[in-house]
Design a protein around this ligand. Sequence first.
Ligand code: GLY
Length: 334
Amino acid sequence: MKRRKFIQRASLSGVGIITGSTALACKGEAGTSVSTTSTTVATTPMKPVVIATWNVEQAVTKAWEIIDRGGTAIDAIEAGCRVEEANAEGQSVGIGGLPDRDGNVTLDACIMNSEGEYGAVVYLQNFKHPISVARKVMEETPHVLLAGAGAEKFALSQGFRKENLLTEASEKAWKEWKIKSEYKPIINIENHDTIGMLAIDSEGNISGGCTTSGLAYKMAGRVGDSPIIGSGLFVDNEVGAATATGLGEEVLKTVGSFLIVELMRGGMSPQLACEEAVRRIVSKNTNYRDFQVGYIAVNKKGETGSYCIHPGFSVTVNRKAGRRIITAESHTKP
Ligand code: GLY
C-alpha cells in the first residue's frame, strides 16, 4: 500500500499509526481493522504475536494471555484452539461441528512446535479437543498421525472423555440438508471456518495449530487439509509458519502452507507468499469462484500476511499493542 494511502486509512479508522515495519504486517493490519482493543497504537514490536484465521477474539485472547505472561507458543496454540473447539455455537470446529452426510461429527487437527515436531489426528469422533489429542500424539507416541478408532483408543488412554459432539442445532441442519442432499461447499461458512493459529512467543519460538470438523456433509471418511503437515499447517522455526482455511482439497493439491513457508525462506514477505499460494490455486481451477481458500502466515521477524480467494475472510492478530480483526485482501473483489 502506498504510504500516503496507508496514513489516510489509519487516521480515518481512528487508529494510531505504527511506524517502521508496519507495512510488513498483514495488508489491512495497519488501517482497516474493524475492532481493536487499543486505540493508541504506538511503535510496537512485531513479536511476540498471535495470528488466527477468522474472527476468533476469545481464542486469540486466550493464546495471547499465555504468551504475554511468558508462556510458550505451543501452550498458547493449544489453549487458543481449545476455546473454539469448546464453542458449541461454532459449526465448523469441535463440538457442534456440522456432521458428514451420515450424521457423524468427525474432527481433524494438527499441531507443530518450534522443534519441527508434529502431531495429528484425523477422523476423530466423540472427543471435542482434537488439538489436545494431536499434541499428545506428538509428545507421547512414536508416530505423528493417528486415525479413527485408533485415535479414539489413544485419546481414551490419555484420559480424554468421550462425549456426543452432534448438537441439536447441527443435527437439525443436517436433517434439513438431507432433504435435497446437495453437496456444495459453502464460502465463508458463518464467517468462521477451520481455525488455524500461529504464535511467536517471547523467546522468538514459533508454533502452530489447525482444528476443524471439515466440510459439512462430506463423504464418510473424507479428510481435508487441516491435519496434514504442509497443507493445513507448516512451521519452520528458522523461517516462519503458515496455515489455511477453506476448501481442503485445493490446499492439499498445492501443499499450500509448506509452499508459503518455502517462499518466505526464499525471501518473500508473508503477505506476498500468501498471495502466491492463492494464485496457484486460482490458476489451476476455472471454477475458483465456487469455493474459498484463505491463508495466514508469519515470518521469524513477526511480520504477518493474509490472503484469500473471495472477500469475507477475517483474521485476528494480537500483538503487545492490542488485538485487531482484519479483513484479508482477496483475489476477487467485493
Ligand atoms: N479446511 C478444512 C477442510 O477442508 O476440511
